[in-house]
Ligand binder design. Structure first.
Ligand code: THU
Length: 126
């Protein structure tokens, strides 16, 4: 699975986005160490804070299926179907990544790749 293929799966997942309020669709594709991929989209709610981001949807799907070792996540977000601009993960999603992933975890965006250490160098951990 190349990073480009993983990103394309994120774009595809954005097609299921339920973004009735913001109009901003996001898709994520999470690559497990096993090679399996779990995808997710953002799911908004009329009670706005209940919205779930695409990244957390993908991570929660994977963890609920018994997966806890992850290599990379691709993220695609756009207000208009053009996914060429990078869509960075929010702080809440970075914190959820931190629960399961080390600093080398790769975050693949439209035009670049980061490590979790780059985007959240100091992380809260119990
Ligand atoms: N969103 C994500 O899905 N992931 C992020 O990392 C940041 C934001 C979603 C939440 C909301 O549905 C929309 O983008 C606009 O904030």
């Amino acid at each position: 699975m190349t990073d480009r293929e993983l990103f394309d799966l994120a774009v595809k997942a954005a097609g299921s986005s339920y973004c009735k309020y913001s109009g901003f669709s996001v898709g994520a594709a999470l690559l497990c160490d096993s090679g399996e991929v779990f995808t997710g989209c953002n799911i908004e709610n009329g009670s706005y804070p209940l919205t779930n981001c695409a990244e957390r949807t993908a991570i929660f799907k994977a963890v609920s299926e018994g997966k806890r070792s992850f290599e990379a996540i691709a993220i695609a977000g756009s207000p208009d179907g053009d996914f060429s601009k990078p869509c960075f993960p929010c702080g809440a999603c970075l914190q959820v990544m931190s629960e399961f992933c080390g600093g080398d975890f790769r975050i693949v965006l439209s035009d670049s790749e980061y490590k979790l250490d780059d985007l959240m160098p100091k992380r809260f951990k119990l």
